[in-house]
Ligand binder design. Structure first.
Ligand code: PGA
Length: 245
């Protein structure tokens, strides 16, 4: 595991964008696993800049998003479909057919999950998976649990996640209670993982995820077992790593 301490959010985002862009330069038809949330926003912005100003070609990439809320249509501004198109896809030359995000309005959730994993497999697996970490240690929407959930599955969101994500909604009641999330095995099968960590509030959970026991109660702790993880941590989230390691 490589741990890179970035001096601030901008530096973290620029370093992350360089890794993603490097992956695409080396393999233009890379399969990317993508994350939503506040953390990767500036990384997407930087990738758009590199696409527009430096000519990074994104026409061959294939993307799989980690998760989607159940019950939100694609057009809903809180859906992760909307987020991805608004913050990234609408500004680059990715082909629509190469974008995969779980469908939050699907009738047969089990089948949707199965198809999602099969699509990832058929494409040859994820080359680079971008991750954030939740305040409760979740990756994707793999919430703290008594076991690691392997494949793409339906999730009941944790109260902590509902509270954390309420900041994007008018009221907490509007936050969906369920989601579809890529599973831990799917994430762990990615050839490379890029974990981005921003904000002082993530310092404690990051410390436990990287240096504590490997436990489904802190889902990100499983990354200790992955052979190719780069963690880019904004300085404010890294002080416990520096003190305690
Ligand atoms: P954040 O979310 O980037 O909005 O902090 C991270 C996550 O919940 O995985």
């Amino acid at each position: 595991m490589r741990i890179v301490i970035a001096k601030d959010y901008k530096d973290m985002s620029a370093r992350a964008a360089r890794i993603v862009a490097g992956q695409i330069y080396l393999k233009p038809n890379s399969i990317l696993g993508l994350a939503t949330g506040s953390t990767p926003l500036l990384m997407y912005k930087e990738l758009i800049r590199v696409h527009k100003e430096v000519g990074l070609d994104l026409s061959e990439i294939v993307t799989f998003n980690l998760d989607e809320y159940l019950g939100l249509p694609k057009e809903d501004q809180q859906s992760y479909h909307y987020y991805m198109f608004h913050h990234f896809f609408n500004h680059i030359n990715i082909k629509k057919k190469n974008i995969f995000i779980p469908d939050g309005m699907v009738q047969d959730v089990g089948q949707e999950c199965k198809n999602y994993d099969e699509n990832i497999k058929e494409m040859g697996g994820i080359d680079l998976q971008v991750l954030g970490i939740g305040n409760n240690g979740h990756i994707g929407f793999n919430e703290p649990d008594i076991k690691f959930e392997a494949t793409t599955h339906k999730v009941k969101l944790d109260d902590e996640t509902i509270h954390a994500n309420a900041r994007f909604f008018a009221t907490i009641e509007e936050v969906p209670r369920f989601a579809i999330s890529m599973g831990i095995k799917t994430i762990m099968h990615a050839k490379k993982v890029l974990l981005l960590v921003s904000g002082e509030n993530k310092a404690e959970v990051l410390y436990h995820a990287l240096y504590g026991g490997i436990t489904p109660e802190i889902p990100a702790s499983i990354l200790q077992l992955h052979q190719d993880v780069t963690v880019i941590v904004e300085e404010s989230a890294a002080h416990l790593l520096q003190q305690k390691s």
